[in-house]
Design a binder for this molecule. Structure first.
Ligand code: FAM
Length: 433
């Protein structure tokens, strides 16, 4: 990873300087008001976090270091079309598109690190009950890996704050290299015979991850590249990124911080939604058949809502359009599997659900998000174990939250400590205004 490391070292003084100038010269400027509704309503729209790696626009979707998803697909090094995960990490860390050689250098480093996986962690993961949800297993595995943290050692020996980014980067690279093996172990233990597939020294992270889980179809490796790209980062305010950042601000190491982020990702309103989506599509197929009419779908959706359930995969806290991450997956389906029954059902649902949700009159965004499609694509290749899907999300999310963690330490961002109010405070405020 020498080239990426060197680029980061070059970028540091200039980036720190830019931030110091903003802080010194404009620290007391007001960026926006905070309403009572925002305090009660989950802080929607309050700009209160500095995140270097990506920015989410409500109408254009995610941009990774200024690049949209289609731009990443065109410009980042790939095997076929989808970016390799290593190239995405390079982009998020440096803000620059790596050359093929630079991406290759990082790829080799990550593949090498993946070869060393602590034995004691393997034992812990293998001893877990198969009934335990894969996300809980993943979080436990990451916590067990924490024993390897160079960041924690740096803290213990009193390393200067300004240097902590170095051990943060080491930990991040080790984490990103080892997470696929950890996830694959969970997969083969829970759903297969417990034996991991072999990895290749010259393969990218996606191919090796799939091989370890026992998937040898190159199209599946390509799907995994897409999957690992689209889930890696979604600016700083989502639950998993925010949690990782918050815990990291206490100078907890990347393992502790990312494990906390994973626990947030495991919530049904966040990452767990993708397992719920496939369950929903399968339930719909069971109830109204493989090629239902729009009227049948509308009735099914209305019945679901009447029972008090949400339509999983639809809606978003920030986005107000169809998620570009959904669009990329739909294009993938059209390219590689135009006749797949579940993918066709996803497309049919897309024609009806926005209208039904709009009619409710309360849904801020009636369009599909990233989770609405992924299960159908994975199922096409035989990965039907939907309670594992959020683990794939977690493997991808490591790339984004680790890159952010490195920058948070490089910029020596302080511990996060916003203020809270009581209901009495709010009532007093309301009386006075
Ligand atoms: N189906 C039914 N009702 C929905 C809905 C959906 N898909 N999306 C929003 N609503 C309801 C919501 O429950 C709320 O109702 P109440 O006022 O009765 O509580 C109302 O519409 C207003 O909510 P909102 O402002 O539109 O959404 P929020 O910003 O509060 O929440 C989501 C955003 C994503 C949690 C919400 O849209 C949802 O529950 N969607 C389904 C679950 C899902 O797909 N989550 C995945 C999100 C994804 F991007 C990710 O993190 N992986």
């Amino acid at each position: 990873f020498a080239t990426m490391h060197k680029r980061l070292v070059d970028l540091l003084p200039e980036t720190r300087d830019r931030l110091a100038k903003i802080r010194r010269g404009h620290g007391n400027k007001v960026l926006g008001p905070i309403t009572v509704e925002q305090i009660i309503g989950g802080m929607r729209g309050i700009k209160g976090l500095l995140t270097q790696t990506s920015r989410l626009d409500a109408f254009k979707g995610i941009k990774f270091r200024g690049l949209s998803l289609p731009e990443c697909q065109i410009r980042l090094p790939s095997v076929r079309r989808e970016p390799i995960p290593e190239a995405m990490f390079y982009l998020l860390i440096t803000g620059e598109v790596p050359s093929n050689d630079e991406a290759e250098d990082l790829k080799k480093d990550i593949a090498e690190r993946a070869q060393t996986f602590p034995n004691y962690v393997e034992k812990i993961v293998n001893s877990l009950s198969k009934d335990l949800h894969p996300m809980s297993q993943l979080s436990i595995g990451v916590l067990a890996l924490q024993n390897e943290s160079e960041f924690a050692q740096a803290i213990r020996r009193g390393e200067k704050r300004g240097n902590l980014w170095q051990s943060a980067l080491e930990d991040s690279l080790n984490l990103i290299s080892r997470i696929p093996k950890l996830a694959a172990m969970i997969y083969v233990n829970k759903y297969r015979d417990g034996k991991l597939g072999e990895i290749r020294e010259n393969a990218d992270l996606s191919e090796n991850f799939c091989r370890m889980m026992g998937y040898h179809d190159e199209k599946f490796w390509e799907l995994m590249r897409l999957y690992l790209t689209i889930h890696c980062d979604h600016e700083g305010g989502n639950v998993s990124a925010h949690t990782t950042h918050l815990v990291g601000s206490a100078l907890s190491d990347p393992y502790l911080s990312y494990s906390a982020g994973l626990n947030g990702l495991a919530g049904p309103l966040h990452g767990l939604a993708n397992q719920e989506c496939l369950r929903f599509i399968l339930g719909m197929k069971e109830a109204i058949g493989e090629s239902p009419s729009e009227i049948d779908i509308e009735k099914y959706l209305k019945d679901t809502l009447a029972k008090g359930f949400v339509i999983p995969g639809y809606g978003h806290a920030v986005l107000r359009v169809t998620d570009p991450r959904f669009v990329c997956q739909m294009e993938f389906a059209q390219r590689y599997m135009p006749n797949d029954v579940l993918c066709k059902l996803v497309a049919s649902l897309y024609k009806v659900a926005p209208r039904v949700l709009k009619d409710l009159g309360k849904v801020s965004n009636p369009y599909p998000n990233v989770d609405a499609h992924s299960g159908a694509l994975l199922t096409h290749f035989g990965m039907t174990e939907y309670d594992f899907y959020t683990v794939l999300f977690g493997v991808s999310r490591a790339i984004g939250v680790c890159a952010s963690f490195v920058w948070s330490r490089a910029l020596a961002l302080p511990i996060i400590r916003p203020a809270s109010v009581t209901m009495e405070n709010l009532e007093e405020f309301v009386r006075k205004t």
